[in-house]
Design a protein around this ligand. Structure first.
Ligand SMILES: [Cu+2]
Length: 163
């Protein structure tokens, strides 16, 4: 049995109720900061979701899903021969106590097969599936706010500027 088929089997066997009950315990252990999604225009099929994830005990982000997207992947972005390319990764390690940044130009949750345009100010529900140190899978619900298409890297200071 491969690791991925084992994970699939685990996912299928764990009743939703158990995930629900496990959430309050995990909520204290995983902190999601500033989740947002880059807005899209009509006809655009994909966009990125960004946030900072801190797992107190250490964990790994193994998958994600959202009702607005047919396919959701975890991506990394890097420079290859001077070209920015992104590719899916099977898991994103979250070292204990360290804030892992999902930000433009780097790691992101890729929302693909979008069912409708995402307008500024809308809230996009995203469910993150995390694997704990004990290999147990838990879901964390995130509400990501849609920011304008041209939004750059998250800068919390920006929102406090008054012009
Ligand atoms: Cu991507």
């Amino acid at each position: 049995m491969t690791l991925s088929s084992m994970l699939t089997a685990t996912r299928t066997l764990v009743p939703a109720l158990v995930l629900f009950c496990a959430r309050p315990a995990l909520a204290a252990d995983v902190k999601i900061d500033d989740p947002w999604v880059r807005g899209t225009v009509v006809g655009q099929m994909a966009t990125g979701a960004f946030m900072a994830i801190t797992a107190k005990q250490g964990a790994a982000l193994v998958s994600a899903s959202s009702p607005v997207a047919g396919v959701v992947e975890i991506h990394t972005m890097s420079m290859n021969n001077g070209v920015m390319t992104m590719r899916p990764i099977p898991r994103l390690e979250l070292p204990a106590g360290k804030a892992v940044q999902l930000a433009p130009g780097g790691y992101h949750v890729m929302l693909m097969d979008l069912k409708q345009p995402l307008k500024t100010g809308e809230v996009v529900p995203i469910t993150l599936k995390l694997e704990g140190k004990d290999k147990a899978l838990t879901s964390v619900d995130v509400k990501a706010v849609v920011r304008p298409l041209n939004a750059a890297a998250p800068d919390p200071a920006m929102s406090h500027h008054k012009h």
